[in-house]
Design a protein around this ligand. Structure first.
Ligand SMILES: [Ca+2]
Length: 486
């Protein structure tokens, strides 16, 4: 009897081991404040050989959008699979766990199905660079392992060139820094991630590894060698015609003029800032390359899904503006590459529109674990990964502090809280510089978009199904609390 039991136990153990090695792991790489200034997105100057290589192995999504173009709100949204009004996080300093104590995040869902979940660096909101080396606004329930590297970039802050003395995180600032890649925080993020990958390769433990780079978020600091790749004097600064702001409604004007010290930057200063942003992107790209090399070395590349993205987009002078928090394409659009072994087409670009809220269903589906909880919204991108021309969504919905925008394959429509609107036709105006809000030729389009955005907003603001919600206290920072009041 004892022998039979041992035989059974052995069979069970072997079966379990096979099951484990067959599982798809997840390597989720998220950058901070990266736009689509990447080689694989046809940028004429920026060098990103490692991300380009990843793109050749997976599917690139040129029409992927953040549901809120700011750190905290975006990350709380896609990590829970809920729209920003549903999480209650309308200001980047708010924490979703206070309003949704029972919500199951993506890594929690993986842990509930036999995975270990680890975070290296910034996955949830983190005041960047102030909180580097701390847990930031982390969600403790999301991880078994949490690593917070802190590199020399934190030690040399006083040397950083900034538009406002003593400020680095919300203010454009930069430095061609000392040291090697491995000495900087993001170099250490890569080093720590590589250590975990080697460990997982040995133990065969299925894993969800969240790698959160702090760059290219300002301050744009990286080893000086990356500056040498870009000729400052030949950098093109986007130009804005005289009187441009007058073509926009008040809330849009406000969004483009909120950061006073970056308005009408002298040409040479703008070139310097853009060069630094480019250099920092290439530095971050090299760290992605180090992690991907470790994935190949360990053989984990054969059963690991890789996602590469950013928490939102970024202006670099477009519309006369820098950084994020607008409803324009540059702020709302994110880079997105997904490499899923045996599933994703290699090297293709999808024509489909995607929202970051789709990550939850996608990762659960690709890894082969049960579907997310009922309240989670979004759609699996599996059909698009198999056939990149498969249409997934007709449009993407993006929230701002004071309005919404809806992006279809041809148009962007914006509806502000004062009922003012904007309309842009991407087929004739991909830079979104010609506001068609009153153009008689577009009256019918505006009618269609007005009705459609109302439907999308309604869906995005209903309370999450069956999930306890504790409304934010009225004096929390952020929007006035009228959540879910009809
Ligand atoms: Ca960010």
């Amino acid at each position: 009897m004892k022998q039979i039991f041992i035989a059974f136990a052995l069979v069970w153990t072997v079966a379990a081991a096979i099951g484990e090695t067959d599982r798809q792991n997840v390597l989720f790489i998220i950058t901070d404040d990266l736009n689509c200034n990447l080689g694989t997105y046809d940028h004429p100057v920026v060098q990103t050989p490692e991300i380009d290589r990843l793109a050749r192995e997976g599917v690139t999504f040129p029409h992927a959008f953040a549901n809120f173009p700011q750190c905290g709100q975006s990350r709380a949204s896609f990590m829970t699979g809920l729209y920003p009004r549903q999480t209650g996080v309308m200001h980047h300093q708010q924490r979703f766990r206070e309003y949704l104590p029972d919500v199951t995040t993506i890594p929690q869902h993986f842990m509930a199905h036999g995975y270990t979940a680890a975070r290296v660096g910034k996955l949830y909101h983190y005041d960047n660079p102030r909180d580097i080396g701390t847990d930031g606004h982390d969600d403790v329930l999301s991880w078994e392992t949490r690593i917070n590297p802190r590199g020399i970039d934190k030690d040399i802050e006083s040397e950083i060139i900034t538009l406002e003395a003593g400020k680095y995180g919300g203010t454009m600032s930069w430095l061609a820094g000392p040291g090697e890649d491995e000495d900087h925080t993001d170099g250490m993020v890569a080093t720590e991630s590589i250590k975990l990958l080697r460990q997982y390769a040995e133990t065969k433990q299925p894993f969800f590894l969240g790698v959160g780079f702090y760059k290219p978020h300002t301050p744009y600091v990286a080893p000086a060698k990356y500056w040498e790749l870009y000729d400052r004097d030949s950098i093109v600064v986007p130009e804005v015609p005289e009187g441009y702001l007058d073509t926009l409604p008040p809330y849009a004007q406000k969004s483009l003029t909120r950061v006073k010290n970056q308005i009408d930057l002298p040409h040479a200063v703008a070139q310097e800032a853009i060069q630094a942003y480019y250099a920092t992107i290439t530095f971050m790209d090299a760290q992605v390359g180090r992690i991907m090399a470790a994935l190949r070395d360990t053989g984990l590349d054969e059963n690991t899904i890789v996602v590469f993205t950013s928490d939102h987009g970024y202006h670099m002078g477009e519309h006369g503006y820098y950084q994020k928090r607008t409803l324009f394409e540059h702020s709302a659009r994110v880079p997105l590459i997904i490499r899923a072994p045996g599933i994703s087409a290699a090297g293709e670009r999808s024509t489909s529109i995607v929202e970051m809220i789709d990550f939850y269903y996608t990762l659960a589906d690709l890894a082969g674990i049960p579907e997310p909880p009922d309240y989670v919204l979004g759609r699996s991108l599996r059909p698009v990964l198999e056939n990149p021309d498969e249409p997934l969504r007709p449009d993407a919905l993006i929230r701002h502090e004071f309005g919404y925008s809806l992006r279809t394959p041809q148009f962007r429509y914006m509806r502000w809280d004062d009922d003012e609107i904007e309309l842009y036709d991407h087929w004739s105006d991909p830079a979104e510089m010609n506001n068609l809000a009153t153009d008689p030729a577009y009256a019918e389009v505006r009618g269609i978009m007005r009705r459609r955005i109302a439907v999308r907003i309604r869906e995005a603001e209903i309370p999450a199904k069956g999930l306890r919600f504790i409304p934010p206290h009225p004096d929390d920072r952020g929007r006035p609390i009228d959540l879910f009041v009809p």
